[in-house]
Design a protein around this ligand. Structure first.
Ligand code: XMP
Length: 494
């Protein structure tokens, strides 16, 4: 019944996740016994197969911290200076509790002239030199500022000086009990030695962090700190960036390129392996066996697969190059498995079914952009639009992101014309990744159970032994597989 993967993917079609469907197998184990532990690279293991994308609207320190807490990993983007990128790595690695850590600090002589300066935070900290590294002097509450609107007035004239603070060494429960006992809305956590403000703990953090179900072990490196990855480009000056990132403790480096099969990337992989023999390097992006082989030969410890499959990507339309993501994952994984190199299925994940498809077709992890954008942990602030909250999500090859510096990924050059390979948009508020990733993982486990695969490894064996049967869905079958033939139902209260 159905086709084997070999038969299905050798017909000359470029299939996306939605084009294919698996036929169910035999169940002889419970959903909760499905084991999603997996490999990010040859040497790095994860408890869940989730990686956040190196995009400036997806992964900075809060996202990396949350992903590592859940047992996945975040890859910090490189659309910034190397010093800033290194500080984001340090910030994620040095914490133990997944706070949303981008603090807003001003110096005593600064004024706050617009409510937007508070971003999504309930308060702004006033510190000696206006950054989080110097001593905390006071606090300005957003609610106070909105009532009195102190435009053009130095914050030192009206800041609250008696700030109840806690120690940055507090455990989550210690911080939560101080907050609740004193009926506070927020609690700055301060370094006991130099008085600098390290974190902001808010009432909403209590609910966000206390409520998250434990999935598996958090991702810790051999240094005992959270595992964090970082992206770099392939230009010569990126070697200096890499040095900063290694000093900051990055556990893995991702060579960020939309077409990874290039002399530049091959040379960079060799350079990384020679200079930092203990640092794993992920190459990509690739979508064919030929591309993959070149990067594997150069020494890549993992491969990132996808070209134009991302929700904000226009590469296939602009450059006429790429591949349907289901076909790309299958083809690259088949080759990479022969060398024991794990594959990251990057882009195009819109639901838990897509995660199941990516993993079963040979990937060891999935990398997600839009699935994680719009969460509490994604960079940026929520805006209200049409009665709902949204957060910006943009392609790293969009003109807006390239103007900020990411053009190297798309082989652009500041002296030449810039052609966009991505767009800018927004996604709706999804809440915390600490909450929705566990739901997604439970759904993935159910998918594995339906297929009769108790682990990622066993799913790959089913695929390779042709036990797994697949079919292509017609357009009508895809409509049938989604919600259909319903009218809007307004719930009435009786
Ligand atoms: P999703 O579907 O998860 O995709 O939002 C995220 C992935 O898309 C890639 N990416 C881009 N591709 N133009 C592209 O062609 C872009 O501007 C762009 N920005 C990101 C990237 O691989 C990311 O992980």
């Amino acid at each position: 019944d159905g086709f084997s993967s070999k038969q299905l993917f050798n017909q000359g079609y470029s299939y996306t996740y939605d084009d294919v469907i698996f036929l169910p197998g035999f169940i002889d184990f419970a959903t909760d016994s499905v084991d999603l532990t997996t490999k990010l690279t040859g040497n790095l293991n994860l408890s869940i197969p989730c990686v956040s994308s190196p995009m400036d609207t997806v992964t900075e320190s809060s996202m990396a911290l949350a992903m590592a807490t859940l047992g996945g990993i975040g890859i910090i983007h490189n659309n910034n200076t190397s010093v800033h990128q290194a500080s984001l790595i340090r910030s994620a690695k040095s914490r133990q509790i997944p706070f949303i850590s981008d603090l807003i600090c001003v110096s005593p002589s600064d004024s706050i002239d617009s409510v937007e300066e508070f971003g999504s935070k309930p308060c702004v900290f006033v510190t000696e030199s206006g950054n989080s590294k110097s001593k905390l002097l006071g606090v300005v509450l957003k609610s106070d500022w909105e009532k009195l609107s102190y435009k053009d007035v130095a914050v030192s004239d009206y800041m609250l000086k008696d700030v109840v603070s806690g120690s940055s060494k507090y455990s989550f429960e210690q911080a939560a009990s101080v907050l609740q006992a004193k009926k506070l809305e927020y609690l700055p956590l301060v370094n006991e030695v130099d008085g600098s403000v390290v974190d902001l703990f808010t009432a909403s953090d209590v609910e966000r962090i206390r409520g998250f179900p434990k999935l598996g072990n958090p991702s810790l490196g051999t240094d005992g700190e959270f595992m964090v990855g970082a992206a770099i480009g392939t230009r010569e000056q990126e070697k200096e960036r890499l040095e900063h990132l290694v000093k900051a403790g990055t556990n893995v480096v991702v060579l960020d390129s939309s077409q990874g099969n290039s002399i530049y990337q091959i040379e960079m992989i060799k350079y990384v392996k020679k200079t930092y023999p203990n640092l794993d390097v992920i190459g990509g992006n690739v979508v064919t066996a030929y591309q993959a082989q070149n990067l594997i030969q150069a020494g890549a410890d993992g491969l990132r697969v996808g070209m134009g499959s991302g929700s904000i990507c226009t590469t296939q339309e602009v450059c006429a190059v790429g591949r349907g993501q289901a076909t790309a994952v299958y083809k690259v994984s088949s080759i990479a498995a022969q060398s024991g190199v794990p594959v990251i299925a990057d882009g195009g994940i819109a639901n838990s079914g897509h995660i199941v498809k990516a993993l079963v077709l040979g990937a060891s992890t999935v990398m997600m952009g839009s699935f994680l954008a719009g969460s509490n942990e994604a960079p940026g602030v929520y805006e209200s639009q049409g009665g709902r909250l949204i957060k910006k999500y943009r392609g790293m090859g969009s003109l807006e992101a390239m103007t900020k510096g990411s053009d190297a990924r798309y082989l652009g050059d500041t002296s030449k014309l810039k052609v966009a390979q991505g767009v800018v948009g927004a996604v709706t508020d999804k809440g915390s990744v600490l909450k929705f990733i566990p739901y997604a993982m439970q759904a993935v486990k159910q998918g594995f159970q339906d297929l009769g695969a108790p682990s990622v490894e066993s799913a790959h064996s089913l695929l390779n032994s042709s036990v797994l049967r697949l079919e292509v869905r017609t357009g009508a079958a895809q409509v049938e597989g989604g919600v259909h033939d319903l009218v809007y139902y307004e719930k009435k209260s009786f």
